[in-house]
Design a protein around this ligand. Structure first.
Ligand code: ATP
Length: 269
């Protein structure tokens, strides 16, 4: 089945009347022992936006996204999804968001089809709708042939795709995806890109983290650069890259190091 064909699996969010951001983080903070992973971080993700979160290794992206969706309790600050407080009103907030965590733990002794069915029924969706959405997502994500295989036997890319399907099954209005394209082959990445673009075109928002600047540049209209747990630049793609490529802007913003030319002499001998 062509990804573009058939009815859109996502609800139309056009009924949303106000300009409440899809995601609003205010002074979020998290420490692990002596490490400040996230340092009073504030961020606003508009509706109908494709928002890229970039930053060096250890910058705090995963920690931020985990707190944003209620998977990790912050030491301070708040997170709101379309106005619902993630910690005060978790049931409503979690209805509105679909999450693909990094290295996510899934019930692995289920087949792909069973995992989607189980996720849908746990979400309280009626069985007929679950069955229909399950087959549609499996088809669109090119997982139908693997639907009967246990998730524990999936490749890394297949796990990303089935994780994405579980994130979308209940028809959220915001998708928060940690490294959704990592380990995904180019054909599947193209499919995922088109699905996400349709999702945003329908008035929804996507936030994703990535190290692939070209991908962020291609997909996102909004970008935030974080380093050492803080936002060091945020805004429209053009504002953040300021006439340069996003990669050059990123290296400039995070203080690019020129290491690699010296040391390791034993390796080059
Ligand atoms: N559970 C944890 N226990 C202790 N330290 C942690 C934990 N999770 C994250 N950290 C630390 O918090 C900081 C931020 O980590 P985080 O995983 O959020 O960064 P990241 O930007 O997602 O990195 P990467 O791009 O490498 O995935 C790092 O210094 C990391 O070592």
């Amino acid at each position: 089945m062509e990804p573009e064909s058939g009815p859109p699996p996502f609800p139309d969010a056009s009924g949303a009347a106000d300009d409440t951001p899809a995601l609003r983080l205010e002074t979020l903070g998290k420490r692990f022992g002596n490490t400040t992973a996230v340092d009073r971080l504030s961020l606003s993700v508009p509706r109908s936006s494709f928002f890229g979160l970039v930053g060096p290794n250890g910058a705090g992206k995963t920690t931020t996204l985990s707190m944003a969706v209620g998977l990790l309790r912050p030491d301070g600050g708040s997170a709101h999804i379309l106005g619902s407080d993630v910690w005060q009103d978790p049931v409503r907030a979690k209805e509105l968001v679909g999450v693909l965590p990094d290295g996510m733990a899934m019930p692995e002794r289920l087949t792909g089809r069973e995992l989607l069915t189980y996720t849908g029924l746990l979400r309280g969706i009626d069985p007929g709708t679950v069955a229909q959405r399950t087959e549609e997502l499996l088809s669109v994500l090119e997982l139908t042939d693997a639907a009967h295989i246990l998730v524990v036997d999936y490749s890394a890319g297949m796990r990303k795709k089935i994780g994405l399907a579980t994130a979308m099954l209940h028809g959220p209005k915001l998708l928060v995806l940690d490294e959704p394209f990592e380990a995904v082959d180019p054909v599947s990445a193209g499919t995922i890109r088109r699905i996400l673009q349709r999702f945003v075109a329908a008035g929804n928002a996507v936030v994703f983290s990535s190290h692939v600047m070209a991908l962020v540049e291609q997909l996102c209209d909004q970008v935030a650069v974080i380093a050492s747990g803080r936002v060091i630049a945020a805004g429209s793609l053009d504002e953040v890259r300021g006439g340069a490529s996003l990669e050059d802007a990123f290296v400039h913003l995070v203080g690019g190091r020129t290491g690699g030319g010296e040391g390791l002499s034993w390796l080059a001998s």
